[in-house]
Design a protein around this ligand. Structure first.
Ligand SMILES: Nc1ncnc2c1ncn2[C@@H]1O[C@H](COP(=O)(O)OP(=O)(O)O)[C@@H](O)[C@H]1O
Ligand SMILES: [Mg+2]
Length: 328
């Protein structure tokens, strides 16, 4: 009945029978099929369920002592309070049984967007980000995310690499470690803001739904912050999808979410790239095959963008004195 999930993911057959029954009661129909989509690095169950009625829903589930349950519940709370028109699926319910929690979400029908230059999906995603960040988050959203510490604000990595530079670090990057650590150190002071932040924007956390177009999923890291966070996160993904760093850097210059706050944008790009550079070198966590290889690729893409921004602002006015690279 269930398709084979990506290595490391819990399967539908791992879900305790009482929770499966609870879900069928809540959904008012028996579940006839469960398909785990490709994508993502989480190990919790994430599956599209088909009901006897023909309807489909999407479910994320894990044991209650698994930290991903807190993340799933956080996501459910966020989906419940996103403003109308936000590019997100609706929350359908939370079900608990046998020490597990399942979050049921409206099913989106389509592939991950194609962020390559050949597709219009990237342009649509930029436009969605502009709309999402152009006004402050509603109070209900701010309240829902307030009790969960923001992972975005705590991103770093260059400080660790500076203290103990790895032998395989690119010589150009090694040469700039001081500047990078300095830029990254500015990020926590700039990470505050009142905008909706998805916090983990990649193609595999979006679905190009047949009817709604590009829609963001996996709101488990959602928080509030400056408008630039998601646009900056998306930029290395565009490079990975085939856009040149130069074209992508120009998009960052022009997008309202980043153009209005170049200092926070550069500091966050530094923190994110440092996080990737550091974590790519750590042992692989259980249940997340492919994560370290992805972080290596993302670190290279982020660094290409960062180098362009740093070279340009090196002796210009973009950065305050204490943030200017040593070469100035
Ligand atoms: N509402 C949805 N409808 C259809 N597919 C979805 C939905 N939400 C997520 N997906 C798909 O499931 C995958 C895993 O879900 P996601 O929420 O990203 O979980 P994870 O935290 O494990 O990455 C996504 O990469 C996407 O392909
Ligand atoms: Mg995901």
């Amino acid at each position: 009945m269930s398709s084979l999930p990506p290595v490391g993911r819990l399967r539908w057959t791992d879900v305790p029978a009482p929770l499966r029954t609870r879900l069928e009661t809540g959904l008012g129909s028996t579940i006839t099929d469960a398909v785990t989509p490709a994508g993502g690095f989480g190990h919790q169950l994430a599956a599209a369920l088909t009901l006897a009625s023909g309807r489909r829903v999407f479910v994320k589930a894990a044991p209650d002592d698994d930290p991903l349950t807190d993340a799933n519940v956080h996501e459910a709370n966020v989906l419940d309070v996103l403003p109308p028109g936000a590019p997100a699926p609706e929350l359908l319910g939370i079900h608990r049984a046998a020490g597990w929690t399942a979050v049921v979400i409206a099913h989106l029908d389509g592939p991950h967007p194609d962020l390559s230059p050949a597709s219009s999906d990237a342009g649509q995603t930029w436009a969605l980000l502009d709309k999402l960040t152009s006004s402050p988050a509603p109070a209900a959203y701010t309240e829902a995310v307030a009790t969960t510490p923001s992972g975005v604000a705590g991103l770093h990595g260059w400080d660790v690499l500076l203290a103990n530079p790895p032998g395989d670090l690119d010589p150009d990057v090694r040469h700039r470690l001081h500047e990078l650590a300095e830029l990254e150190a500015a990020w926590p002071g700039l990470a505050h803001g009142d905008r909706i932040v998805h916090g983990d924007l990649r193609a595999d956390n979006m679905v190009r739904d047949q009817e709604r177009g590009v829609t963001f999923v996996d709101w488990a890291h959602a928080t509030t912050g400056p408008a630039c966070v998601d646009a900056v996160s998306l930029a290395p993904q565009l490079v990975l999808a085939g856009h040149t760093p130069k074209d992508t850097a120009r998009l960052l210059d022009e997008h309202p979410a980043t153009a209005t706050d170049p200092l926070a944008s550069t500091a966050f790009l530094a923190a994110l790239t440092g996080h990737w550079h550091r974590n790519a070198r750590l042992p692989a966590p259980p249940g997340a095959p492919g994560l370290r290889a992805y972080q290596h690729r993302a670190a290279t893409a982020g660094m290409a963008l960062l180098a362009l921004r740093m070279n340009r602002t090196a002796c210009g006015s973009g950065l305050p004195g204490q943030l200017r690279p040593y070469s100035c």
